[in-house]
Design a protein around this ligand. Structure first.
Ligand code: NAI
Ligand code: MG
Length: 484
């Protein structure tokens, strides 16, 4: 099978509104993780292609796109959002096949992408500066301006959602973008760029160069013509990107995942919590930056929570993405090997439950059954490291202080949640937990396009999503006029 997203040749890059073969002429196979087959070949873009893409973006920024009004940008984004919805079935199918996520989860990502376009389309003309009272005879005001050319290096786990939050916000402000999707999954990035072109986004305002991280990604992060970089992915690559950006003092926004806890107190409503405790761990087979991979439970309810979660885990089934079960495969055999390595490290823990792999799941697929462990050592690698697979650990705590100590005791700080009916405790926890987002009696709040998102510590820095992202994708100019 060769897949042609929206009829496109998937081995091309989009540069200056033209679909072109990569200058290197080389390609990479794109694997369907549900069965190991090759979906198609994609471009293996490299430094020359990145140069051309950055030039095209610069041309757009110095041209029609750079002169567009906020109203015009908002309308283009709204049209892109509508085209995304008009093609929702094809986009969901592409994402399901490419990433391996169950169809329903892929469809939720399509809807979120459209919602990002709607949100940032509506926000484009609401971003403004201020006037500042100053010395006698002066008028001082600030202008919110785009950075110029922005680079976006995105991962494979939620391509559409991450394009929405990152490219959507950057375009709303008036930046021209170069997008480097992940080599494991890039079909919806290609389809999105084509829909943006069809919606009337001016030539060069969005360019897409698929390719290997060490080639296309490294070239983009080291490029002196890029004025801002946003990256979502691993801590290791985040460090490389921040240090290569340092050569040109290019500002970076980094979102590097986490080890996000949910805290279940003695007064928690377990019936309400249970679906969130499990889903936040196994959604997208656990390959989610904000996955909740640690469940911290007050010792008085440890047994009860463990057996309730175990019963759910035993009923979970992983299978073909298009069969739309609880989980699909992991994105690749490589990711499966990483996750199986962690499961092997759990040999000294108590295995509370495992889920199943569907009988018809092809042997060439990257399937991993969900694993639930209990863990009495918060320093254990399964309680410290990002696993990025369907593996959760349940850890007991004695009291509030102990819970905070464990919750904050990793190098990460992306998301945390608290299940308690005690209002004062909710407020204390919201203050004490080290995380960019804290949820009280929920987890994830349904995706939350409107909600600023980002981390502390090794989870990264900068905020994406919500109106806040528009500040990150813009820069402030102060104008001081002396008129006497
Ligand atoms: P990765 O960090 O290598 O890949 C993410 C993106 O960075 C891809 O587009 C890749 O091509 C690009 N990239 C890779 N090397 C690069 C370089 N030297 N310069 C510039 N760009 C580069 O992540 P990978 O290897 O796919 O996954 C490994 C682990 O990373 C996962 O197990 C998970 O723990 C973490 N991860 C976290 C994500 C998140 O949402 N925060 C997303 C993906 C991975
Ligand atoms: Mg793939």
């Amino acid at each position: 099978m060769t897949i042609r997203p929206l009829g496109l040749d998937p081995s091309h890059c989009l540069i200056d509104a033209e679909w072109r073969a990569p200058l290197s002429g080389t390609s990479l196979p794109l694997i369907n993780p549900s069965d190991g087959s090759t979906l198609c070949d994609i471009a293996s873009g490299a430094a020359d292609d990145i140069d051309a893409a950055v030039d095209a973006a610069r041309g757009a920024y110095n041209g029609i796109w750079g002169r567009s009004t906020a109203l015009e940008r908002g309308r283009v984004l709204a049209r892109i959002g509508q085209l995304v919805l008009d093609h929702k079935d094809e986009l969901a199918r592409l994402e399901a096949l490419d990433v391996g996520k169950p169809y329903k989860q892929a469809m939720a990502d399509v809807v979120a992408l459209a919602r990002y376009m709607e949100f940032y389309g509506g926000a484009a003309d609401k971003l403004h500066g201020e006037t500042i009272p100053y010395l006698d005879g002066y008028t001082v005001y600030t202008l919110r301006e785009p950075h110029g050319v922005t680079g976006h290096i995105i991962p494979w786990n939620y391509p559409m959602q991450i394009i929405g939050r990152s490219v959507g916000a950057a375009l709303a402000v008036g930046n021209a973008c170069v997008l480097k999707p992940a080599e494991e999954a890039c079909l919806t990035a290609l389809a999105f760029a084509e829909l943006a072109r069809r919606a009337g986004l001016p030539d060069g305002a969005l360019n897409v160069v698929p390719g290997r991280g060490a080639q296309a990604g490294a070239a983009l992060s080291a490029h002196g013509g890029v004025d801002h970089l946003s990256f979502t992915g691993s801590v290791g690559v985040g460090k490389l990107i921040q240090s290569s950006a340092a050569a040109h003092i290019t500002p970076v926004t980094l979102e590097l995942g986490g080890k996000s806890p949910q805290l279940v107190f003695e007064d928690a409503d377990l019936a309400a919590a249970l679906p969130f405790l499990v889903n936040a761990g196994i959604q997208n087979a656990g390959q989610t930056c904000s996955a909740s991979s640690r469940i911290l439970v007050h010792e008085s309810r440890f047994e009860e929570v463990t057996s309730a979660m175990a019963a759910r885990f035993e009923a979970l089934v992983a299978g073909l993405a298009l069969d739309d079960l609880d989980l699909g495969p992991l994105v690749s055999q490589r990711q499966k090997d990483i996750v199986e390595g962690f499961i092997a490290q759990g040999a000294d823990l108590e295995l509370a439950a495992t889920g199943q792999i569907a009988q018809n799941a092809p042997s060439g697929g990257a399937y991993v059954a969900p694993h639930l462990f209990t863990c009495h050592d918060p320093q254990h690698s399964l309680a410290q490291d990002e696993i990025f697979g369907p593996v959760q650990v349940i850890i007991p705590f004695r009291d509030e202080d102990h819970a905070v100590e464990i919750a904050n005791g990793t190098k990460y700080g992306l998301v945390a949640s608290c299940w308690t009916r005690d209002g004062a405790r909710q407020m204390r926890m919201a203050r004490k937990l080290r995380a960019g987002q804290v949820f009280l009696n929920n987890y994830g709040a349904g995706g939350g396009v409107e909600l600023p998102f980002g981390g502390a510590g090794m989870s990264g820095h900068g905020r994406e999503k919500g109106f806040e992202a528009l500040y990150g994708f813009s820069t402030l100019k102060t104008v001081a006029a002396y008129h006497g």
